[in-house]
Design a binder for this molecule. Structure first.
Ligand SMILES: Cc1cc2nc3c(=O)[nH]c(=O)nc-3n(C[C@H](O)[C@H](O)[C@H](O)COP(=O)(O)OP(=O)(O)OC[C@H]3O[C@@H](n4cnc5c(N)ncnc54)[C@H](O)[C@@H]3O)c2cc1C
Length: 417
């Protein structure tokens, strides 16, 4: 059976979905006001965090919030003028931090993330894009014994979930990444995590494959979902000046999905907000250089070697998607970069802000829309969209063809809110 499909939004989730469905014989149109991969999928850290099993809302997190907020180089900031938008989300986040909720959310996240690498391999096998995929793992390093001891408990839990991760002494950290300063007491290496050396090149490369095989990419912004007289099917989706018709419609518009999803029966109170994050590109090291992303445990930022230089990335800022970026926040981290990797030239080459599409339980929405039978939703992948994009696309494909999904999707339905 071949279907005519419209995919709305060309980030990692939409592009992976369009390509998979095209390979299964569907006639797919991918619609986005921007060229593929130009929003959140552009400037992330490129980590494919196989088996990730902890939700962001954890018991005790609120005790740490004041320190997180008021430290100049802290991991979290809130644009206070926008508290009316973020407060309801924060209240739901507090609920998700209850021990039982956090445990269930972690389990559900793991049911998806344990298939992350498989999803990627499935998508890029036989293409030349695997040249951007590194298999050197993901390194975490710690400045203090207190945090290192805490982290060792997390490592034990991750191992119990089947994740391939080793605890490292200070000497082993220095052997792995000689460009790091010798101020770390230890760390861990997740061996089965992959990383992309240029996330944008991969997403746009996937879109190029789709276009080369006859897929249609249209630059347009969808505003309206038109239902048929029964009110149970989507008849078309509309932009300001065009109508697009298909058998099935997929909404993968990241943090901008809510307006369209609510037209498909999703509650207006769906708590989807932007956890904004930043990056600064720095020049590559002339000699040596990092071989893998390095996360600084106490600081919540990473240094990631990319094809165009070293990417310093991280932080969470709760603000509206259209609020002005607060680049100062991220620039405050540059002295720490110099401290942790003295060989790095910290002259900024470029700076970027992206919108992680986040729900308080750290789970994406994946499933059929509550009201319209021929609309499928795939958004809200928070800090893990690169990790989970391709496996989400595989699940969407199973829904399109009415096959049983390889994992239960109940925890991911929009109706949970
Ligand atoms: C600083 C930072 C670091 C990160 N690091 C990692 C990491 O290491 N690993 C990881 O797994 N994840 C990471 N993430 C998260 C990841 O980048 C996101 O979860 C992911 O990119 C979201 O992909 P998406 O396709 O859902 O959304 P997007 O990439 O935002 O794409 C959505 C698309 O929809 C389009 N759109 C919007 N409205 C409409 C409309 N009305 N009609 C048509 N199209 C529309 C937009 O133009 C956009 O192109 C990071 C994020 C940030 C900010």
């Amino acid at each position: 059976m071949s279907y005519k499909i419209v995919v709305i939004g060309a980030g990692i989730v939409g592009v992976s979905t369009a390509l998979r469905l095209q390979r299964k014989g569907c006639k797919v149109t991918l619609i986005d006001p921007k060229p593929p991969g130009m929003e959140t999928s552009f400037g992330n850290a490129g980590l494919i965090a196989q088996g990730y099993c902890s939700a962001n809302a954890q018991p005790g997190i609120f005790k740490k919030v004041p320190q997180m907020l008021f430290e100049k180089t802290g991991p979290l900031s809130i644009q206070w003028s926008q508290l009316p938008t973020t407060l309801p989300w924060l209240m739901k986040f507090a609920f998700e931090a209850l021990p039982k909720r956090a445990e269930a959310n972690g389990k559900n996240l793991h049911s998806l993330s344990r298939l992350a690498v498989d999803g990627w391999q499935d998508l890029i096998a036989g293409t030349e894009l695997d040249r951007f995929v590194r298999t050197t793992g993901w390194l975490h390093v710690f400045e203090t014994q207190k945090m290192f001891i805490e982290h060792k408990k997390e490592v034990a839990f991750m191992r119990s979930q089947g994740i391939d991760i080793d605890v490292l002494s200070a000497e082993l950290v220095a052997d792995l990444e000689p460009d790091l300063a010798r101020c770390f007491v230890g760390g861990s290496l997740q061996n089965d995590a992959l990383s992309l050396s240029n996330p944008h090149a991969v997403v746009s490369g996937l879109a190029d494959l789709f276009a080369a095989a006859g897929g249609q990419i249209i630059q347009d912004r969808i505003t309206t979902v038109v239902t048929d007289p029964s009110g149970r099917m989507c008849q078309s989706v509309k932009s300001n000046d065009r109508n697009y018709f298909a058998d099935q419609y997929i909404i993968t518009a990241g943090v901008w999905s809510k307006g369209l999803a609510t037209q498909c029966g999703v509650s207006r109170t769906l708590p989807l907000i932007a956890e904004r994050g930043y990056h600064i590109m720095l020049p590559s090291l002339e000699v040596g250089g990092f071989k893998r992303p390095v996360a600084f445990g106490e600081r919540s930022f990473l240094l990631c070697p990319m094809t165009e230089g070293i990417r310093m990335t991280g932080q969470v800022e709760l603000a509206k998607t259209d609020a002005k970026p607060n680049y100062v926040l991220h620039r405050h981290l540059l002295p720490l970069v110099k401290q942790f990797a003295p060989g790095i030239d910290v002259r900024e080459q470029s700076i970027w802000m992206g919108n992680r599409p986040s729900l308080p339980d750290s789970l994406p929405v994946i499933g059929r829309s509550p009201a319209l039978k021929n609309v499928i939703l795939g958004f809200g992948h928070q800090h893990l969209g690169i990790t989970l994009g391709p496996i989400t696309a595989r699940l969407i494909e199973q829904l399109v063809f009415n096959r049983p999904t390889e994992i239960a999707l109940d925890p991911f339905l929009a109706q949970r809110f």
